[in-house]
Design a protein around this ligand. Structure first.
Ligand code: TXA
Ligand code: MG
Length: 338
């Protein structure tokens, strides 16, 4: 393999952050932890630096990037705040909410793929905050995975995909949330939910009175360009059961007729029920008890399947309350064949 860089694994301390900021200011890109997933960042105002992100990830050029900021003054340099944007930022920043707002000219054109809007987010992760502040620049960053692979929840996941392709990763340990930020368009009177995440539809509705879904607003462009790609995907086939009965049928069908052992990626409660129905412990990967635990382990589970070569993955659908909507969204994307 062609080694473009000897990837530096930096500690999240003063020396590590200074080195990372030095590389960013030279126009390089590198990975850093956030509370959602690891990001692959570069100076959002430098088109050549941003181009290195697309190249390292193999990302389609028409999928825009999120700009990460460390404070409100920095956000004001990249976008125009609408009254709705003000209200959402006031309540949910710093945190896992990306606001799509009218962009300013400071942002390089390849960040937004030619759109007049830009996605902006202020992460709450202390290392992400310290890194952006040290750079003193708005940082354009997608998730730090190879395009089409599951998002990275640890520095090891980043290295599995991007070692030798990027100059550094800041190792801040495992992320806490584990699913990417909620993305809302905040240019109108009500938020349009473009990608569900930890900030839930219910929380948005409580603050804003109403939440629209793509198609309900007045948009002339595809609402969120990224949503058309097969994202979050493992190498195996993902089969989704809507209830215990369907899960059981899937398990029996796949293990008997195809003669290859599927892995069941399930919540603890469903795993227990499946074992009562004859599934064996080694067939099961336990995600956890709560939706929070399940979300934080989801991409790690998919990466485990890739590493161990499972070709059939069986998982379940959740109720759509709170994080359930985001979980089901990532599950259906992993299962889609487009
Ligand atoms: O949690 C996250 O959001 C992580 C961390 C690193 O912050 N980042 C992330 O970036 O998930 P990425 O590139 O994997 O996903 C960005 C999503 C895509 O679906 C993209 O289409 C959408 O945000 N997006 C970005 N800018 C947009 C814009 N101007 N209008 C509509 N959608 C936009
Ligand atoms: Mg991504």
């Amino acid at each position: 393999m062609f080694k473009e860089y000897e990837t530096e694994i930096l500690a999240p301390d003063e020396a590590g952050l200074s080195r990372a900021a030095e590389l960013i200011r030279e126009g390089k890109c590198g990975a850093f932890p956030t509370e959602t997933v690891y990001g692959l960042g570069a100076n959002a105002c430098d088109g050549e630096a941003v181009a290195r992100i697309f190249k390292a990830k193999g990302r389609p050029q028409d999928n825009p990037l999120i700009v990460h900021v460390s404070d409100r003054a920095m956000a004001d340099t990249v976008c125009e705040f609408t009254p709705l944007g003000e209200k959402l930022a006031e309540k949910f920043w710093p945190g896992p909410l990306t606001l799509v707002l009218p962009k300013k000219d400071t942002v390089a054109d390849n960040v937004t793929a030619g759109l007049s809007t830009v996605g902006v987010r202020m992460p709450s992760h202390p290392v992400a905050h310290a890194f952006i502040e040290k750079c003193g620049l708005p940082i354009a960053a997608p998730s730090a995975n190879t395009s089409g692979k599951p998002s990275p929840a640890t520095a090891e996941h980043v290295l599995d995909d991007l070692r030798y392709r990027i100059p550094f990763v800041i190792d801040g340990g495992p992320v806490t949330i584990g699913l990417e930020s909620t993305v809302v368009n905040a240019t109108g009177d009500y938020p349009v939910l473009l990608r569900p995440g930890k900030v839930s539809r219910e929380e948005l509705a409580e603050l804003c009175g109403q939440v629209l879904l793509p198609g309900e607003g007045d948009f002339d462009k595809p609402a969120s360009p990224g949503m058309k790609y097969r994202h979050y995907a493992p190498q195996g086939r993902v089969h989704v059961g809507r209830n215990i009965g369907e899960l059981e049928v899937l398990r029996l069908d796949l293990s008997m007729h195809r003669m290859r052992m599927p892995v069941l990626i399930l919540s603890n409660a469903t795993a227990d029920e499946m074992m009562r129905r004859g599934a064996r412990p080694h067939e099961i990967y336990r995600l956890g008890d709560t939706k929070e635990e399940i979300a934080s382990n989801w991409f790690t589970a998919l990466r485990y399947c890739d590493k161990t070569g499972f070709m059939d993955i069986i998982t379940e659908e959740f109720d759509e309350e709170g994080l359930g909507l985001a979980l089901n969204n990532r599950i259906s994307r992993a299962a889609s064949k487009e």
